[in-house]
Design a protein around this ligand. Structure first.
Ligand code: CA
Length: 388
């Protein structure tokens, strides 16, 4: 079996009146780059990369540089191909669009390899530890009128009550855009709305310096925060270490890191308690399994970051399936020592409508796919609606 063609799909979804803010920016649109790799035997593998920013640079890396090198190659050797592409692009790649592109290619190759073997990707990766995984809702972004605090608090009550009603036991909210006292008020209202038993995690999207992250960590600790994500910018390794040493909440991060080399410094440098590689950014499933081993070796838990289309969510479900309970106990508990999956709840038809398969939340859990490969089918009409 040989690779016959590689097709990129640059996707963009305007969020319109559902636009929202993190601490960093407004999100007037959602972006991604999907890749479809076709073999001479007719199998098609799907992958995704570069969902943080525009899809064009990622598509260009695939179309102009990496993709042509793969024509005629055996698609059932994703690890070998990863190493060769990385070595080839080392002098000009190593992070950003090139690794996003390699992520997309790698996910698609694992999809093909699984289909060719008649095995789901999680089985190709060594076997799953679970057939369902607890999902956490990612929401509580900031509305465009975020400076109107009473209106913001009222909207948060309705939004968080909806997550509890849908069956979520874990909820991740945004902080970092407003002054500390106002974000603390948002956390207080959410805690009061959802009660004491639902887990709250917070994500600052690197909106603080280390001193203020420590201050905020102490302020919000009484609200039983399960982890504090991206307290400081990803480049600020010393800041991460300071926050981790001084804040009584587990520290999470890693969505802006790339490959085992970036994660070696991040994990080995003592920056986090929970590492969050994004399968569609860190270098695909090949890089993910390496990062998982690295994290486990250093005593760090792994909970993937998930932000992309249905393709990225599906790849993440296969990845989460192969994460061992960490550390092992006779009664693994979600997030305490059992991995969970991020389930973004903002408006995104690329996640909700692109695939024939639906992500169905049952008792707060998502099912791990059982079909060979990734086990997904892309709807052509949805793809063409958002392609540019
Ligand atoms: Ca995040």
């Amino acid at each position: 079996m040989k690779i016959k063609s590689i097709t990129t799909h640059r996707l963009r979804v305007p969020t319109g009146d559902k636009a929202f803010y993190s601490s960093q920016a407004a999100f007037p649109e959602r972006n991604s780059c999907l890749v479809a790799i076709e073999t001479d035997s007719g199998l098609i593998g799907w992958g995704e990369g570069g969902q943080y920013g525009p899809g064009q640079p990622v598509a260009t890396c695939i179309d102009e540089v990496l993709g042509p090198r793969l024509i005629g190659r055996d698609p059932t050797e994703p690890v070998r191909i990863w190493e060769e592409l990385y070595a080839f692009s080392r002098d000009f790649g190593r992070a950003g669009p090139y690794i996003d592109a390699m992520s997309a290619i790698d996910i698609a190759l694992w999809d093909i390899a699984g289909q060719a073997a008649g095995l789901p990707v999680w089985k190709m990766l060594g076997g799953r530890f679970r057939d369902r995984v607890t999902a956490y809702a990612t929401g509580c972004y900031y509305p465009p009128n975020y400076q109107n605090l009473p209106a913001v608090l009222k909207a948060l009550e309705a939004e968080t009550a909806g997550y509890v009603g849908a069956g979520f036991d874990l909820l991740k909210i945004k902080i970092g855009l407003l002054p500390l006292e106002q974000d603390l008020e948002r956390i207080r209202v959410i805690r009061e709305t959802i009660g004491p038993s639902i887990g709250i995690m917070v994500d600052a999207n690197h909106g603080y310096n280390a001193g203020n992250a420590v201050r905020m960590g102490h302020m919000m600790a009484p609200f039983d925060v399960r982890f504090f994500e991206e307290p400081v910018p990803p480049e600020d390794r010393d800041g991460y270490r300071k926050v981790r040493a001084e804040v009584p909440i587990p520290i999470a991060g890693g969505e802006c890191e790339f490959t085992r080399y970036g994660f070696r410094d991040f994990i080995g440098g003592g920056c986090v308690d929970i590492v969050q590689p994004d399968i569609a950014a860190c270098g695909g499933l090949t890089a993910f399994t390496q990062i998982l081993t690295l994290a486990n070796t250093y005593g760090v838990a792994t909970v993937p970051h998930v932000w992309g289309s249905g393709v990225a969510v599906t790849a993440a479900l296969h990845a989460v399936a192969v994460i061992p309970a960490f550390p092992h106990t006779a009664n693994p508990t979600p997030l305490l020592n059992q991995p969970v999956i991020e389930f973004d709840r903002t408006h995104n038809p690329l996640r909700d409508d692109l695939l024939e398969e639906d992500f169905v939340l049952e008792e707060g859990k998502l099912k791990i796919p059982e079909e060979p490969g990734l086990g997904l089918d892309v709807r052509e009409e949805v793809l063409s609606r958002y392609r540019y």
